[in-house]
Design a protein around this ligand. Structure first.
Ligand code: KG4
Ligand code: ZN
Length: 422
């Protein structure tokens, strides 16, 4: 019997829900991106993010169920092209109100019945769900008679949710929704570490990929190298000792006037620049460690920017700025590549999985591919839409926990600084 997992991800500024079959086939993956909402502040504002999650999460779950419903009810095989299954909805002034998001009629009853979830909100850290609410939710579903949606929900085997690391208020919204669904639909709950989700994103696009492998997770909050000997097993090989790679991309982009989100904007500017125009440090620890340090190159870049601002009265020509961004990007990418290849070589896995938002970076993809070929290591990158935060990767990770009967209790709490260990 196929295993369908409904997953929810809300750890930062993306509200996402997905249904994935057998950990590999995406039936739906709806991602509501709040990037435009936070752009004006130059970064993610946690309070604004959690409020927006509360506003849209029910509809995003609703959309994920509706999108998957025809496949679930027909018993057809899902599409092979998982990246195309991702639907990204960008925040804009016109859909500022959650009310104006498209609503899926079939599934709406079942999800609306989860009104109790809204009421629980993000405030109760324990996320304790009142059993009476769940009974009400079931009754309401029956009364509405949204047959298709209920059948589709009936075919869901477990509810998965990111419970850390991430922003506390944001995590709690997804957790509350997931717990409400699990309780009212009588489905097991599976709490997933966000970093584990990023690693499992690769399973969605490479059917032949299986552990053991080495994984690099580079995002706004993490720069970690893991050895993955088996499903659900993770051994930390290296990590940043200060800033994360995405974090420094965001900071230097902002300092250079590109705004938020910095990584993709910096990368676009860097494309036209000379990566050797400026020299930024590559930090290597002499103790054989695979750790990273990005605060050195960040400080050097800020100092260089000050010099350029003085030299050009704050208006450095475009080609000079392109050179600046290209040189900074090269410094970060060189070290990410070098340490990951070294770690994979030492572990003799012959396979590297690269994921997290920074894995969308085209220079990193190119450099790792070249270094992989030179070292006889296969490098696996999920498509960009599966590298950045999405719920399909959480569902994939949950499938392997499901297979090992690793379920969570309804007292599962958000853990903002959750570490990924065996
Ligand atoms: O995984 P993700 O969506 O969220 C976190 O878990 O943090 O990663 C977001 C990070 C941001 O720092 C963003 O600037 C960076 O990934 N990023 C990039 C690129 N696309 C996203 N960094 C460099 N180049 C890119 N193309
Ligand atoms: Zn992430």
């Amino acid at each position: 019997m196929p295993v369908n997992i409904l997953a929810i991800e809300s750890s930062c500024d993306e509200t996402s829900a997905a249904i994935v079959r057998d950990g590999r086939h995406v039936l739906s993956n709806i991602v509501y991106s709040q990037v435009k909402l936070h752009e004006v502040y130059g970064g993610v504002v946690p309070e604004v993010a959690s409020r927006k999650h509360v506003e849209v999460i029910i509809q995003i779950i609703d959309m994920a169920v509706s999108k998957a419903e025809p496949i679930i009810l027909s018993g057809c095989s899902p599409s092979e092209n998982n990246e195309l299954i991702t639907d990204t909805i960008a925040y804009s002034q016109s859909n500022n109100s959650g009310e104006s998001l498209p609503r899926a009629i079939g599934a709406v009853g079942a999800i609306d019945a989860m009104g109790a979830v809204d009421a629980m909100g993000a405030v109760d850290a324990m996320g304790a769900v009142d059993a009476n609410d769940a009974v009400d939710a079931n009754n309401a579903m029956g009364a509405i008679g949204a047959k298709g949606a209920i059948d589709a929900m009936g075919a869901i085997d477990a509810i998965a949710v990111t419970y850390g690391p991430g922003l506390a208020g944001s995590l709690l919204v997804g957790l509350s929704a997931a717990k409400g669904l699990a309780l009212s639909m009588k489905k097991p709950l599976i709490g997933i570490n966000h970093i584990e989700g990023h690693i499992c994103a690769a399973f969605l696009e490479y059917p032949e990929l299986a552990p053991p492998f080495t994984a690099l997770v580079a995002s706004g909050g993490h720069s970690h190298i893991y050895y993955v000997p088996d499903y659900c097993k993770f051994e930390l090989l290296g990590r940043t000792r200060d800033d994360a790679a995405g974090e420094v991309f965001d900071k230097i982009a902002r300092a250079g006037g590109l705004g938020y989100p910095g990584g993709p904007k910096l990368s676009a500017q860097a494309a036209a620049g000379n990566p050797e125009a400026f020299s930024f440090p590559r930090v290597r620890f002499g103790d054989g460690s695979y750790d990273f340090s990005f605060s050195g190159p960040k400080t050097a870049a800020v100092n260089q920017l000050t010099k350029l601002n003085n030299q050009f009265q704050g208006k450095a020509p475009e080609d000079v700025m392109a050179n600046f961004f290209a040189s900074f990007q090269a410094a970060v990418v060189d070290i990410l590549t070098e340490n990951t290849i070294k770690a994979a070589y030492a572990k003799k896995t012959g396979k590297i999985v690269v994921s997290g938002g920074v894995a969308s970076n085209s220079l990193l993809r190119e450099k790792l591919k070249i270094a992989g070929v030179a070292n006889n290591i296969e490098v696996y990158f999920p498509s960009p839409s599966l590298c950045t935060d999405n719920a399909a990767m959480i569902a994939s990770a949950a499938y392997y926990r499901y297979c090992k009967n690793q379920f969570s209790g309804l007292d599962l709490n958000a853990v903002p600084d959750l570490a990924l260990t065996c």
